[in-house]
Design a protein around this ligand. Structure first.
Ligand SMILES: C[S@@+](CC[C@H](N)C(=O)[O-])C[C@H]1O[C@@H](n2cnc3c(N)ncnc32)[C@H](O)[C@@H]1O
Length: 215
């Protein structure tokens, strides 16, 4: 999807009313704020590691009428240290690399966290992230390739409550009619083509992408 505004897209994507939404690495907090305004009964938990960011966010939140202080919590800590201790939660990690998101999730899932759905919007290292989600039995609810200010992001909305397989190499996102998507997948293909000692999965993906792109 060429030139999509990332944050409104993510807010629009969520239809389910969760009891808790965790906006990790939240920075400006606009994803959590937008979802808090969309779902007035949901509690929003914001996280960022930098105290000056969370202090500024607290001031911003206190000035927003629909998001009074009973509905939000701010946790200033390394996202790896979080324990998702609330049932019916959606955890969001957006605007970071796929590897970093994977590292956060590895630690979060090591703690005795509750079951939760995940909304991820990452750039780079998508295969590493997908491999991890597959190992941890997440299934695909929705995915999209978006370009915000020309930067590609893969959006993954996943849950352990569904059994739809997550493709390892994002092939479900390949839309031949979209020029930007074609370019994105041509780069993936060139990378696989050059790679030595490819796994069976990589060989399969290379063939699949080649076929879909009609290279
Ligand atoms: C590029 S911003 C993303 C903001 C927002 N999620 C978005 O999608 O627009 C990345 C944020 O991650 C925060 N961050 C980096 N490492 C972190 C960590 N280990 N734990 C929590 N937050 C972290 C940074 O302070 C920064 O505010």
């Amino acid at each position: 999807m060429s030139n999509t505004k990332r944050i409104p897209y993510l807010i629009n994507l969520i239809d389910k009313e969760y009891s808790y939404i965790w906006d990790l690495c939240c920075d400006h907090g606009n994803i959590g704020i937008g979802l808090g305004q969309k779902f007035p009964s949901t509690k929003i938990i914001f996280n960022d590691i930098i105290p000056s960011i969370t202090n500024a966010l607290r001031e911003k939140l206190e000035s927003l009428p629909k998001l009074n202080s009973k509905r939000f919590k701010i946790i200033t800590v390394d996202a790896k240290k979080l324990k998702i201790d609330k049932d019916n939660s959606l955890v969001i990690i957006a605007g970071v690399g796929g590897r970093q998101a994977r590292e956060f999730l590895e630690e979060i899932l090591r703690s005795e966290s509750q079951n939760f759905d995940l909304l991820l919007c990452t750039h780079y290292q998508q295969e590493e992230l997908r491999e991890f989600l597959i190992q941890k039995n997440f299934g695909l609810l929705r995915s999209e390739l978006i370009f915000d200010k020309l930067r590609p992001y893969e959006v993954l909305y996943v849950s352990r409550e569904v059994e739809n397989d997550i493709p390892s190499f994002s092939t479900e996102l390949l839309n031949r009619d979209d020029v930007a998507a074609r370019e994105y997948f041509t780069k993936k293909y060139r990378y696989l083509e050059k790679k030595r000692n490819k796994s069976e999965n990589e060989l399969k993906a290379q063939e699949e992408i080649k076929g879909l792109l009609k290279l």
